[in-house]
Design a protein. Sequence first.
Length: 664
Amino acid sequence: MLKIENLTIGETTAVRKRIFQRAFKPSWLSQTARTRLPLEKISKDKLPNILVIICDSLCKRVLQSPEGILSSPRYQAFLAKESAQVVSFPSALCNSAARGIAYPSLFTGLSPDRAREQFHTNPLIWAHAKARGYSTSLHTSQSLRWCNLDQLLLDDTLDRVVYRETLNAPAFNDLAMDDGWLNRIAMEDIVAMETPFFSVVNYNMLQFPYSNGEAKTATNSEESLDHYRNALRKFDKCLGDLLDALETSGKLKNTVIFFTASHGESTERTDFVNERPMPLRLNDFDTDVLRVPFWIRLPEGAISTRREAQLRANSGAIVSNIDIYPSVMDLLGYNFEKRKEWCSGQSLFGSINQERSVIALNTGELRGWKYEPFALAREGCLLLFHDDTLRTELIRLDDPQENDIWESMPDSEQSTWFAAIEKKPAHRAIFMRRLSSPASVKMRYNASALDNTEAELFKRACWGFTSLEDWDEMCRKTAAFIGIEKGDYVFESGCGTGAFLKVLRDNWDTRVAGVDIADKAVEIARQNISGEFWVGDIQDLSFIPSGTYDKVVSMGVFLYLPTLEALTCAALEMIRIAKPGGVIHIGVLNDPQRMEGFRGENPPSGNAFAGREFWTEFARRQSLSIKIVDQNAIYTKPDRYDAFSQYRYSIRMEKTDALPALGG
C-alpha cells in the first residue's frame, strides 16, 4: 500500500496525475456522459465560467442580523439584484471548524471521516474543470505550508496559484496575508483569464483575530463582536470589488458562482484566558460554527429548466458545503454517479437523498486534536456532541430559538439517533474514546440496549462475542476465578442488561442485584432477570447498606472510568457493600505496561493509566488480600473475540472477617 503520509508535493502531484489520466480517459467522457451536460451546446464558448468563493469563519447569524446587514451593504445589494438567479440553502452546514480538515474536504469532496490516502489521491475540484478545457486558478490568502496543505492541494491542473508564500507576504491575520492585497491580484488574474474559467477565491479576514491584532486585547464578548463586524466590512469591500470587476469585464453574465464559508464562527465565544486567545469552535461545536451561508448564482440559461427546478427544490434540504464538488462535476457534464467514491456529497443539480446524513468533525486522519466534538444532521435536525461538557444536544434546523429537544424526545426516536451514530465509524470511535463520561456511557449503552431487540442480552450490552457458547464459556471461567458458589448473593457494578448475572443465576442459583447508569439497559435487566436493579453511578452506592453481598463484581466497566480518583471511589463502594470475608472482582482492565507494546491502528478501548501496582497498593491500604492475573489466563480466543486479552488483566480482592476502615 502506498505510504501517503511521507509524500512530497512532487510525489503527490505525480500520484494525482496518474490517477487523473486513468480516470479521465476518453471512454468516461463518452457521448452518453456528454449528454448529461446541462447546457444546450458542448462548444467551449457556451460553457459557463465557474467561480467558487469561500470565506473563512463567516457567521451566518451575524451576517443576517440587523448590524450584519448594515456591515455588508454590497453583499446584500448583490443578492437583492440577483435574487431571481440566486438559489440559497438555509439549512447548509459545514463539515469541520478546523481549516486542516475543512479545506481538504471542500477541494477533494471528501468528508472528514475518509482515509488519508483518499485525500491525497482524489482528483481536486479544479482537475475536473481542467479536463473540460477550463482555465483554472486558486487565490487564497492562507499559508498553504500550514498543516502541509500545499502538499495536499497543489497540482499541475492549476494554471495560476496565489497564496501567502508565493508572494512572500507577512502574516496579517492569524496565518494569512492581507485579503485586500490578495483581492487586487485575484481581480486582475480572473478578468485576464481565458474563458471558460474555473477559479477559487478564499478570503480570511473573518478568521480570528478578525483581520487585525486588536481583538487580542479584548476582554468581553461584545468587544470581540465589534471587531468581527469591522472585519465583515472589509470582507464586504473585497467581495463587492471582485463582483464589480467581473461585471465590468462582461464575464459576470456567464459566471456560475458558488458562495459559502469553510466554517462559521462563535464570535462571542473566544477563550481569552490562555496565553494565545483561540476561538472556542476548535474545542466545541454550536450552530454558529456549523451553519454557514451557502448559495449558487446561475446566469440566465446556464442550465436546463428541469435541472434548475431540481436545484430550487433542493433548497430546503440539509446540504453541506462539500456538495459543491459533485455539483461542479455535474455542471461540467460528468456522470459523477459512476465515481461516487470520489465524493461524499451529493450534486445539488440532482435529486437529494432525503435520508442522507451530514457529518461534521474536527478530527480525522489528516488532523489530530485533543478535543473531539462532532455533529450529525438528518431529517431536519442537528445532533451535537459537546466534547467540552460531554453532553448531547439536538436542535431542529428550522427552530429560530434553537431549543434543545433531546431530553423531550421519546425513547424510540432517541434510539434512531443512537443507531445513526453507530453507523458512522468516526463518531463511534469518538464515543469509544470518550466513554469515561457518565453522559457518553449512558448514551452508548442505551443505544446498544435499544438496538437489536431480538438479540441475546450480552450483545445488547456491547459485548462482542460471536456466539452464546463463547459468552457462556467466558462467564463460567470468570465465575471460577471469582469463586462463585451456589446460593451466593452477587452484586454487579455496571451490570448493563444483566447478561453476566443471568449466567450466574441460571448456573449457580445465585441471588443477583446490580446498578448501571444506562437506564434503558437496566429496564431490560429487570424484564429478563429476577433480581434487584437500580439506575445509578457506580461511584455512589449510598442507597445500599454496607456488608450486603457475598460477591461484588464489575466486568469491563472500570477501564472506562476517567481518573484514578474515580477508580478509587468506585472500588471503595464495592468493598463497603461486600460482606466481611466477601470477594470483590474487577475484571478486564487495560495494562499500561503491556499497552506500550501495542502496534496497530485500533488500540483496545478505555483507559490505560491504572497499572497492577496501583491495585496492589490499593489492596494493601484497605487490608485486602489480592490476586492479579492476565486476562488471557481466564479466557481468550484471539482468533474470535478477545484479541486484546494479552493487553489486559483482572483482579480478585477478599475482605477480612472484620470490616476495614475505608480510606484513600
